[in-house]
Design a binder for this molecule. Structure first.
Ligand code: ATP
Ligand code: MG
Length: 397
């Protein structure tokens, strides 16, 4: 019965030229989301800047459209809309009754009809249409009653060349459309946190590239596949993800052989950051994103974060989860659908070589001095790591 979806989006702070960028990006993402849905759709914008996803095919998968629109950042809410071609009042009365009948299982609610006319040439005023249609609904469904001040159901009737009827508002994902805030490089591990961090940055309109460090043969193909799967889950929100897979084995071995074992984690982390930064520069990313939050583990004390951060020279490191508790992050990963995959028990390259008692308060100068033990080999190892980088693109249509 519904033939289009009215897209509601926030316009606060989005004015002038920015408004077009925002709207165009939003329309692009809606199209991307609907590509996966059975049916044909057109995404349009009217003169008033209102965006509609219109159904062009005879039939379509209604639930899948709702699911797809719920994944599009920038949408605050959306309304399934019924189209009526015959705009005569007699026909509208019939259609409004049919609408209420089909859209609401229980009719025990208060409502108000809210008519707007695009052309004032329509033979009745908006208030006359409100009254006529309200009466039709009341006659057909005596359980309903009118409440013009605080109705449970606000039925919108928009008279244009055709008539739009809608009332249901489905909450969207909020945020800003992808592509309105540049691109950043997500350090994506197989854990719970980093996919959530990626989601949060994407929610603010940031396009996500990702890098995953693995250590074959110490980490398995299944661990690698798990990260690809996580990137795919993320791509349902973030659009296609370019996932760079970097072989970290030899660098890790060199650190293990040449540096104090209680400093392994922090030194490894610094090399991950350095490599991620280079990949970010090469791929037009404006920052790094990690899943760290203060104090969660030894490598995330303020001192550790300071020393980790110091390895990055040219760009900011964004940590969207910085102030969240683990349980809050878990809840969010359940909500976005990455949790089940994240908890699969495959080995992680960081856990293989970790010391029993890693330093929790690393000193920058001490760590830098230890890293000098790598001087002879590190350039070659980094070169090798870049040369053998694999690119997996997930979520592309
Ligand atoms: P996560 O749940 O995201 O794995 P974590 O709680 O396990 O996080 P750490 O292992 O300390 O935390 O990792 C901190 C951050 O470093 C991760 O959130 C991620 O951004 C990055 N990171 C860790 N390991 C890897 C890896 N193998 N590949 C890419 N990034 C990684
Ligand atoms: Mg981890």
């Amino acid at each position: 019965m519904f033939r289009s979806f009215l897209i509601k989006y926030g316009e606060i702070g989005v004015k002038g030229k920015n408004r077009y960028i925002f709207e165009d990006a939003l329309m692009k993402q809606i199209k991307y989301g609907l590509k996966k849905v059975d049916g044909e759709f057109a995404v349009t914008k009217d003169k008033g800047g209102r965006i509609f996803a219109e159904v062009k095919s005879e039939t379509y998968d209604h639930d899948a459209v709702i699911e797809a629109l719920r994944h599009v950042f920038g949408i605050i809410a959306f309304c399934p809309v019924v189209h009526v071609d015959d705009t005569s009042i007699e026909n509208l009365k019939k259609e409004i009754v049919k609408y209420v009948d089909e859209a609401f299982e229980s009719k025990d609610f208060s409502f108000k009809i809210n008519t707007r006319r695009a052309h004032k040439s329509y033979p009745m005023t908006s208030m006359e249409v409100d009254a006529a249609l309200g009466e039709a609904v009341l006659n057909a469904f005596p359980e309903t009653h009118v409440d013009v001040h605080d109705p449970e159901v606000d039925i919108r009737v928009e008279i244009r060349d055709i008539v739009h009827i809608y009332s249901k508002e489905i909450p969207g994902a909020g945020g800003m459309p992808l592509g309105t805030n540049g691109k950043a490089m997500l350090l994506l591990s197989g854990g719970i946190d980093s996919p959530v961090a990626g989601y949060m940055a994407a929610k603010r309109g940031v396009i996500i590239d990702a890098v995953y460090f693995h250590a074959p043969p110490y980490t398995s193909d299944r661990a690698r596949q798990k990260v690809i799967d996580l990137a795919k889950l993320l791509s349902a929100f973030s659009g296609p993800v370019y996932l760079h897979i970097v072989n970290f084995t030899d660098i890790q071995m060199a650190i293990y052989e040449r540096c104090p074992h209680d400093e392994l984690t922090i030194i490894m982390r610094r090399y991950m950051m350095r490599i991620a930064e280079q990949l970010a520069l090469k791929n037009d990313c404006l920052g790094l994103i990690t899943g760290e939050s203060i104090g969660q583990v030894a490598s995330q004390t303020l001192q550790s974060l300071y020393v980790t951060d110091a390895a990055v020279e040219t760009m900011p490191v964004y940590r969207p989860l910085i102030g969240m508790d683990k349980q809050e992050i878990v809840n969010m990963s359940e909500k976005i659908g990455t949790y089940e995959t994240s908890i699969l028990p495959y080995e992680d390259c960081c856990t293989i070589f970790v010391a029993k008692h890693p330093v929790t308060k690393p000193k920058r100068q001490v760590i830098e001095r230890s890293e000098r033990n790598l001087d002879e080999v590190i350039d070659g190892l980094l070169e090798e790591a870049y040369a053998t980088e694999e690119l997996v693109i997930v979520g592309r249509e």
